[in-house]
Design a binder for this molecule. Structure first.
Ligand SMILES: *[C@@H]1O[C@H](CO)[C@@H](O)[C@H](O)[C@H]1NC(C)=O
Ligand SMILES: *[C@@H]1O[C@H](CO)[C@@H](O)[C@H](O)[C@H]1NC(C)=O
Ligand SMILES: *[C@@H]1O[C@H](CO)[C@@H](O)[C@H](O)[C@H]1NC(C)=O
Ligand SMILES: *[C@@H]1O[C@H](CO)[C@@H](O)[C@H](O)[C@H]1NC(C)=O
Ligand SMILES: *[C@@H]1O[C@H](CO)[C@@H](O)[C@H](O)[C@H]1NC(C)=O
Ligand SMILES: *[C@@H]1O[C@H](CO)[C@@H](O)[C@H](O)[C@H]1NC(C)=O
Ligand SMILES: *[C@@H]1O[C@H](CO)[C@@H](O)[C@H](O)[C@H]1NC(C)=O
Ligand SMILES: *[C@@H]1O[C@H](CO)[C@@H](O)[C@H](O)[C@H]1NC(C)=O
Ligand SMILES: *[C@@H]1O[C@H](CO)[C@@H](O)[C@H](O)[C@H]1NC(C)=O
Ligand SMILES: *[C@@H]1O[C@H](CO)[C@@H](O)[C@H](O)[C@H]1NC(C)=O
Length: 413
């Protein structure tokens, strides 16, 4: 190769680096380390709420309360600023199924109403800095277990609410609000009565190597939802659930600088942005994702009820196997109408493979502001279906996808 073309390549390399630098978590995130332990607790077999909460409240900054092994039963817990919870391998923290313990005051928790805001979460962090949840143990929300004082489960309540077009008052499993530098590492989250893990208006949110498992019939059991949150890394996670595997939302503040790296989904609604895009979602890198048997693969959902700009989103090295809609970019989600303007621009999908003959949907609302998407090295299956309106698609797809998705390591084989 001549010197000239070498320097040309070097220039491209530099440009590529500069070019992609903003569309990701701005922090340099590496694999988290488990903090030193302040106290180790043993299960009592009874209600351990007070013991765990007391240990968390007196744990020194930067240290973790360890649950050693066996089953711990608890009602709602708050992780204070600076403290962490370590659920060790072999330990399970089980959430109480008594709606009264979660009630926010109106006796709504465990009932159906118009709002669905009557319960506090199982685990809360609020205004915390440097807190986290660590360990190879399990946190079980027990959505499948009858509520105390009722003959139905949280999940059954959700199903009943859907039947009457209302909302269930069920607790979320982990809710992080207005916090900084929060880490969730290795833990298995299962059977949440509602969303599993939500970070709301938080700056610095690292989720690494966690597993989420809930069945397809667990309604609203979203896996990981960053909402109005910035500097997010979600890496090496394995998610199976009944709703969005990951949903990036911007309900009350913008969400930006998000990296979603080397994850695997099996079951669920897919890799979602929205539908709460109100304050805008931008600068997102989704790289290395394998998806097996979900409703959607890459999914952006918004409408004129929400509005908001979704832009600077890069998807790369993605393999989707057997999704109803391997790619769905939709500005008319559920046909809900309001007075806001949604826009989906500057979406890049590169090194993408879809196996199975699903439907590729691009539904923009406005011919003068079409959905803008660029395709590079996109391979789909012969027999796939298309539904396209008000979309400007640059690049093309090849109907030659074959082989399989590798579900570990390099997703595209
Ligand atoms: C995101 O991370 C970068 C790099 O650490 C930092 O400069 C910036 O302030 C962070 N943004 C927010 C909103 O915390
Ligand atoms: C991240 O690493 C790069 C390369 O080493 C460095 O230039 C940059 O300043 C680092 N950013 C932060 C926020 O530490
Ligand atoms: C629960 O109890 C109510 C009334 O007490 C009854 O109508 C309903 O069928 C029961 N549901 C189940 C799942 O047993
Ligand atoms: C935490 O954020 C959620 C939205 O994700 C909100 O519904 C809830 O009220 C907030 N909790 C508190 C205590 O502010
Ligand atoms: C994901 O978790 C499931 C259990 O839910 C397990 O069977 C599967 O091997 C895991 N996959 C990867 C890639 O870790
Ligand atoms: C994909 O999911 C199907 C069932 O949904 C399962 O039979 C198959 O083994 C999965 N493939 C891989 C590679 O995990
Ligand atoms: C489009 O988004 C990419 C990152 O995904 C960014 O590097 C690029 O500058 C953006 N282009 C425009 C025109 O905003
Ligand atoms: C999109 O990326 C471009 C180039 O980095 C940047 O100028 C622009 O502000 C970004 N848009 C948003 C909404 O962040
Ligand atoms: C359609 O897009 C154009 C160009 O961005 C904008 O001026 C117009 O207001 C949009 N129309 C609607 C109904 O949002
Ligand atoms: C789609 O795939 C299914 C299962 O692989 C097959 O039965 C069906 O004939 C295919 N449909 C089309 C239109 O290719």
């Amino acid at each position: 190769m001549q010197l000239q073309s070498l320097s040309f390549l070097a220039t491209i390399a530099v440009l590529v680096l500069v070019h992609d630098v903003a569309a990701r978590d701005l922090r340099n995130v590496t694999e988290p380390k488990i903090p030193p332990v302040c106290t180790t607790l043993k299960m009592s077999g009874k209600d351990d709420t007070k013991t765990i909460q007391k240990a968390l409240d007196s744990c020194a900054n930067g240290k973790a309360v360890a649950l050693s092994s066996g089953i711990f039963y608890s009602g709602p817990l708050t992780i204070p600023s600076g403290a962490s919870l370590l659920v060790k391998e072999g330990a399970t923290l089980k959430a109480s199924t008594d709606p009264k313990l979660y009630d926010l005051g109106g006796n709504k928790c465990g009932t159906i109403d118009e709002l669905g805001l009557g319960c506090k979460p199982f685990i809360t962090m609020h205004g915390a800095k440097g807190s986290g949840i660590y360990g190879k143990g399990t946190i079980d929300g027990r959505g499948d277990t009858r509520m105390v004082g009722s003959n139905i489960t949280w999940w059954h309540l959700a199903r009943n609410a859907l039947g009457v077009h209302k909302l269930q008052n069920n607790p979320r499993l982990i809710q992080i609000n207005n916090s900084m530098d929060i880490t969730i590492y290795q833990i298995t989250l299962t059977k949440s009565p509602f969303y599993h893990l939500v970070a709301h208006e938080t700056n610095g949110f690292t989720v690494w190597g966690i597993t989420i498992i809930s069945p397809s019939y667990a309604l609203n059991s979203d896996g990981i939802d960053p909402v109005g949150t910035q500097n997010v890394t979600i890496a090496h996670c394995n998610i199976t659930t009944g709703d969005d595997d990951i949903a990036i939302k911007a309900l009350t503040a913008p969400t930006k600088h998000v990296s979603v790296l080397n994850n695997h989904f099996h079951g669920g609604v897919g890799m979602s942005i929205g539908s709460e895009t109100n304050h805008g979602v931008s600068d997102v890198l989704i790289s290395g994702l394998t998806i097996n048997t979900t409703y959607n693969g890459l999914y952006i959902k918004t409408n004129t009820l929400r509005g908001g700009l979704v832009t600077n989103i890069t998807y790369e090295n993605i393999c989707v196997h057997n999704a109803g809609s391997p790619i769905q970019l939709d500005e008319d989600y559920y046909h809900y109408h309001g007075n806001n303007t949604p826009a989906i621009r500057n979406i890049t999908i590169r090194n993408f493979k879809a196996l199975g003959n699903g439907t590729f949907t691009f539904h923009g609302l406005n011919a003068s502001d079409p959905i803008q998407v660029t395709l590079e090295n996109v391979h789909i299956t012969e027999g796939s279906k298309f539904s396209i309106r008000n979309a400007k698609i640059s690049g093309t797809w090849n109907k030659d996808a074959r082989g399989r998705c590798a579900f570990a390591g390099n997703p595209v084989v």
